[in-house]
Ligand binder design. Structure first.
Ligand code: GLA
Length: 390
């Protein structure tokens, strides 16, 4: 978040809450997933990096009374009592913050009320995890206010639970995990079952990560997401009746799917084929990154998009167009849709010297084809969430 925005927010805090004594700031980044899409809730592998867009919560601990929060993005107040937290039906944004307080308390953490301002610059609904960044920043703020230091893994899992139970999206662990654990100039390879992770250096003198925002967001998003997840779980159950040791699609190899895929209906088989092949690609991409082989990495990104488009069917016209336009540009090693799908962004791996020009060319071509003015971002990989005194 730029310096001007931060000082504006501090001034607003002083006006709203009278002075800045006791003021602290919790922050948590959004993410872009390089590869490993729709694998996290199947116990598989993902490789996101945190981006230099974040949510900040400027807060002060109170002795008693309700939690009072102002959303700078929505221009609204929310107020709730810690001993009786309900969903806010009128203000969706508030449920991320309420939900996190709720799950922390349910897990036994004793919280104290806070007052503060929430502000994020992660594009909303673009597949860059604005939700997880709000959850993680809120969790950091509540914990710091109460002098608590939960284990980082536990913190990520609780934020995921808040989104599953309180917001109603059955998301996996990727977004919250990377927002907590990311490291500067690294991508994070995560095994979503064991939560073992490895930080892999990204050489920004060789390649850049360019993200292109289609600026569209098709509404069926969260219901289609939950439906995909349910179908994957169904596929794992059926395959598990035939092959021992299958708990999730993570346990299914391409050979198992080739032999036993016949028990699945056609649509379910396609979904399973995406997940099984995406895990293989993500493991391959980690090897490519360890070897500094960005061309191989880019090829796997391209294959990932085709699989998401054809087999998982979560792409859309605008995403396909954005990918196609990018692939025409020199220096583009790989291009794919990112996040849940049905709109939002694509992620592109581009040779450093070509990145600026590629972004300009793709913006112009997308505008000419659709009449929509897209946004592009050159993100750097940043570190995970934290709290600081202001
Ligand atoms: C959303 C979810 C993640 C993950 C991706 C798809 O971002 O929040 O948990 O499932 O979709 O890879």
């Amino acid at each position: 978040m730029d310096y001007e925005t931060v000082s504006r927010l501090v001034t607003r805090f002083e006006e709203n809450f009278g002075g800045r004594q006791g003021l602290q700031c919790a922050r948590a980044p959004g993410r872009v997933n390089l590869i490993g899409e729709h694998t996290d809730y199947n116990g598989g592998f993902v490789m996101p990096m945190a981006i230099d867009r974040e949510t900040r919560v400027f807060f002060r601990t109170l002795d008693g009374g309700p939690v009072r929060l102002w959303s700078e993005n929505y221009g609204e107040w929310d107020e709730f009592d810690l001993d009786h937290i309900e969903r806010n039906e009128a203000q969706r944004w508030a449920n991320y913050l309420r939900g996190v307080a709720h799950v922390l308390q349910e897990a036994g953490y004793e919280l104290r009320p806070i007052e503060g301002i929430v502000c994020g610059d992660v594009p909303i609904g673009a597949g860059l995890s604005s939700s997880a960044s709000v959850e993680v920043a809120a969790a950091r703020a509540y914990c710091a206010a109460a002098g608590l230091e939960p284990d980082p893994k536990e913190l990520a899992l609780l934020c995921q639970r808040a989104e599953n139970r309180f917001v109603g999206v059955n998301c996996g662990i990727m977004d919250q995990f990377v927002s907590v654990h990311a490291r500067r100039e690294h991508a994070l390879m995560l095994d979503c079952r064991s939560l073992k992770h490895e930080l892999l250096p990204l050489d920004t003198s060789a390649v850049r990560v360019v993200v292109c925002n289609t600026m569209v967001h098709h509404e069926l998003g969260s219901s289609a997401y939950n439906a995909r997840r349910a179908r994957c779980e169904g596929a794992a159950r059926l395959l598990g009746e035939r092959v021992e040791g299958i708990r999730q699609l993570r346990d299914v190899t391409p050979a198992i799917l080739a032999e036993h895929g016949g028990v699945l209906d056609e649509a379910t088989l396609k979904r399973a084929r995406h997940v099984v092949s995406e895990d293989e690609r993500t493991i391959g991409a980690a090897e490519a990154l360890r070897a500094g082989d960005y061309e191989a990495f880019g090829r796997l990104m391209n294959e990932s998009h085709e699989s998401l488009r054809r087999d998982y069917e979560v792409s859309c016209e605008e995403l396909d167009l954005m990918v196609e336009l990018a692939r025409k540009e020199p220096g583009v090693l790989g291009a794919r849709m990112v996040g849940a799908g049905f709109g939002g962004c694509t992620v592109n791996l581009v040779r450093r010297e070509d990145a600026g020009r590629m972004a300009d060319a793709v913006r112009a071509a997308y505008r000419a084809e659709t009449g929509i003015e897209p946004e592009t971002y050159q993100f750097v990989a940043v570190g995970g969430a934290g709290v600081e005194r202001v």
